[in-house]
Design a protein around this ligand. Structure first.
Ligand code: GYE
Length: 323
């Protein structure tokens, strides 16, 4: 090993042991409350805002001290946040992984520090399942399938090619990978369904609009837009209207999440169907965090119940939407 590297490694080790020694007595914040470090993805969508609010409110209700960090959709920021939680010796770490891969090193550090990890909302693709205690979140493959199933029913018995454009979520994230796969699975039985363009819009309105503008320029004949979340669908609606077309009619729109704005767009006839993905995970997360901190056994996978909403149901459901 070159000298420089050796000394850098040594300095790193020293710093690590120093930090551990310094923070060893800070467990539990001294008031007996559970300390939960939560590394959030960012604030990219209406879903995420509702998820953050739910986690904050539930922590308060459950008298859990929450250390919250926003990674601004960057994995390196989330890794830094997790390392800082380890140094602070929080009782439990929860995080919603921005992408699926690349977590083993930092999660081994948490494991060595004996801090249990709860995955919330998004999963990781590590083969080592001992790196986390449980995963609380939706079944994204199922959501993609529901989207595709709606489409196959909608075009049942109709001839002619159905040209689909797809706005993918954040590249490498579990919901983008799984919603894409589930949808493809549902439509693959009928060759009339053709995904003619598919690109990431990073789960944001601005990117959804931008990519839809490009789709509208490059694809002369779009029948359907499948957006991996509502925010991208709402951005795309602006692009479609600016191009002089009617969203929901000229181009059918399928979306995922179920935020209020999307319900409004459905009631206005601009989105055709929304597959629900529930962001209100706060209560379940606090419950799991308390259990794992006491060493109680919890299921390896906790799913969330969700439905599918059509335009006919949207107006009636709108006043009761909680996010
Ligand atoms: O669908 C999207 C958000 O991980 C389920 O992330 C979540 C997704 C959600 O940005 O709106």
């Amino acid at each position: 090993m070159p000298k420089k590297v050796v000394s850098a490694v040594a300095a790193g080790l020293l710093a690590a042991s120093f930090l551990t020694a310094c923070s060893a007595d800070s467990t539990g914040g001294g008031d007996g409350r559970l300390v939960l470090g939560f590394a959030q993805v960012g604030a990219e969508s209406g879903w995420r805002t509702a998820n953050t609010k739910s986690v904050r409110e539930s922590a308060e209700e459950a008298k859990v001290t929450l250390k919250f960090s926003d990674a601004q959709q960057k994995q390196e920021n989330q890794i830094k946040a997790i390392r800082s939680f380890i140094q602070q010796r929080v009782d439990v770490i929860a995080f919603s992984p921005v992408v699926e891969s690349g977590w083993d090193t930092v999660l081994k550090e948490a494991k060595n520090a004996k801090i249990p990890v709860v995955l919330t909302d998004r999963a990781i693709d590590s083969k080592d399942t001992s790196l986390y205690t449980t995963f609380l979140g939706s079944d994204f493959v199922e959501e993609g399938k529901k989207a595709g199933d709606w489409l196959t029913k909608e075009y049942e018995g109709k001839d002619g090619t159905v040209n689909i454009v797809e706005l993918q979520g954040t590249t490498g994230s579990a919901p983008a990978n799984d919603r894409r796969a589930g949808f493809a699975q549902a439509v693959k039985g009928d060759p009339k369904f053709k995904v003619v363009a598919s690109q990431t819009g990073d789960f944001t309105r601005a990117k959804g609009k931008e990519v839809m503008q490009a789709f509208l320029k490059s694809q002369p004949d779009i029948d359907v837009l499948y957006a991996h979340n509502d925010d991208m669908a709402l951005g795309a609606i602006q692009a479609i209207e600016e191009a002089g077309k009617k969203p929901g009619t000229d181009i059918k729109i399928i979306s995922v999440d179920g935020i209020k704005d999307a319900f409004q767009a459905m009631a206005d006839g601009k989105i055709n169907v929304v597959v629900e993905c529930n962001p209100l995970l706060g209560d379940q997360l606090m419950d799991l965090a308390k259990k794992v901190s006491k060493g109680e056994s919890v299921p390896a996978r906790v799913k969330v119940d969700e439905g599918v909403f059509t335009q006919e149901q949207a107006a009636a459901a709108l006043p009761d939407r909680k996010y």
